[in-house]
Write a protein that binds this ligand. Structure first.
Ligand code: PMP
Length: 431
């Protein structure tokens, strides 16, 4: 208990922290699998995975061992001034597991760096300057990635932003910006990209950037045919398709990458978070003829492709494949989704249940007009935490409960999560 107080005091005094308001975080310094252990000894089922990072579970022994072995051999070797075997082997592995003709990788340290690099390469290859992205999107906190992010809450106080960015409406079916219904909308939001290109750009678009499944915006899965339509429109205009799989990649949605639920083969793809199960690493991968637009020295990262992180990443991909975690993500996702959909019928606080695999969201509303119930979402999180389950809260309106547990979660653990969550929702709904 003493330690817990000390940690919080140190945070308050010495860290630049932007901790979510009213969040009351747990102080954790140990975890294993789906479980995190608080400094007070209390055990929690982690349903947020450090924001979708530890897809293979906390401290997976094979991944930890791979990193330890590499630590003893070589800790740092700048990938851009030495040949280094680990990033080279990982680049080959990424070419094998990513869709279509994606083949050549660049390594950085985070998701934002991956997106930043991908848009830079797209500009260099096409010789064009403009970008199109989506409202409700999130792509990172550097100047360029905030510029393409479509969310005022994330962008505030950081402008002026990069010019030449246009935003198309996100496929947010529950709050369709056109007021349409999914089964009869004819994908109006995807068709609207045509209007965006014609009337919001100068015809100089290098790339469209879209998340495989929108995460921070509130878990928004693209409807069937959405990205196919967008890809067709933007490619007709001469632009490239960049899939941001930073959050939705590495098995999270039941396939290795969320874009694989569609027929679109991206020209570039951005990865981070789950790529090395918690070791810092980001990457973008490109079709080879696009990658060749960078000439030596054009793009560099001192720490990018760190050998220890790459060793962890190679082990992560092996674990995802050999332990059947993609199939487990799909099955457990259906199990949780089934229970929550049934529960939704008797709990008006739950306006929508959506997602894919183990990237699930519950949008809370306080009335039939869909008024966002952000305060209630915070209260649900607090009650879940008290009962030993850590869930996320997010979305553009702050009213979405996010369930993104490690892909190793068992059927029993998934039941417990549903029990705790539905009883918290029942209590909060009573007011
Ligand atoms: N893209 C997406 C889709 C993300 O969800 C995030 C982080 N939430 C990022 C980019 C930025 O990643 P990082 O925080 O590692 O820079």
């Amino acid at each position: 208990m003493q330690d817990q107080q000390d940690t919080k005091a140190l945070y308050d005094e010495y860290m630049i922290t932007t901790m979510v308001a009213g969040f009351e975080p747990v102080t954790v310094d140990q975890a294993g699998g789906v479980e995190m252990v608080g400094e007070d000894g209390k055990r929690y089922l982690d349903c947020f995975s450090g924001i979708s990072v530890v897809n293979c579970g906390h401290n997976h022994p094979r991944i930890v061992e791979a990193a330890k072995q590499q630590l003893d051999k070589l800790v740092h070797c700048c990938t851009y001034i030495y040949y280094s075997p680990l990033p080279a082997r990982l680049a080959k592995r990424l070419a094998e597991i990513t869709p279509g003709e994606l083949q050549k990788s660049f390594f950085g340290n985070s998701g934002a760096e991956a997106v930043e690099g991908a848009i830079r390469l797209a500009k260099q290859h096409t010789g064009r300057q403009e970008l199109v992205s989506l409202t409700h999107s999130f792509h990172g906190r550097t100047a360029a990635t905030l510029s393409i992010t479509g969310n005022r809450g994330r962008k505030k106080n950081s402008g002026p932003y990069m010019s030449g960015v246009a935003h198309a409406p996100a496929p947010y079916c529950y709050r369709c910006p056109f007021g349409l219904k999914p089964d009869s909308c004819d994908l109006a939001c995807a068709q609207y990209v045509e209007e965006v290109l014609k009337y919001q750009t100068a015809g100089d678009v290098a790339a469209f950037v879209g998340e495989g499944l929108l995460g921070e915006g509130g878990i928004l899965p693209p409807p069937t045919g959405y990205y196919e339509t967008v890809a067709e429109i933007i490619r007709r205009d001469g632009a490239l398709f960049i899939a941001d799989e930073v959050q939705s990649g590495f098995g999270r949605t039941g396939k290795m990458f969320a874009i694989e639920h569609t027929d679109v083969e991206p020209d570039l793809m951005c990865m981070a978070k789950g790529i090395a199960n918690g070791m810092p690493l980001g990457a973008f991968i490109s079709r080879p003829e696009i990658a060749d637009a960078f000439t030596p020295g054009d793009h560099l990262s001192t720490f990018g492709g760190n050998p220890v992180s790459c060793a962890a990443s190679l082990a992560t991909i092996d674990v995802l494949e050999s332990e059947g975690l993609l199939a487990n993500a799909a099955e457990r996702g259906e199990q949780i989704m089934g229970r929550l959909k049934t529960f939704q019928e008797k709990c008006p606080l739950v306006g929508d249940v959506r997602g894919r695999g183990l990237m699930l969201g519950l949008e809370l509303v306080s009335d039939k007009q869909k008024t966002p119930a952000a305060k209630q979402a915070g209260e649900v999180r607090r009650r879940c935490r008290e009962a030993g389950v850590l869930v996320g809260v997010g979305g553009s309106l702050g009213n979405v409960i996010r369930l993104q547990p490690p892909l190793t979660i068992t059927a029993d653990q998934a039941e417990k999560v549903c029990d705790v969550l539905t009883s918290a929702l029942t209590e909060v709904a009573k007011g």
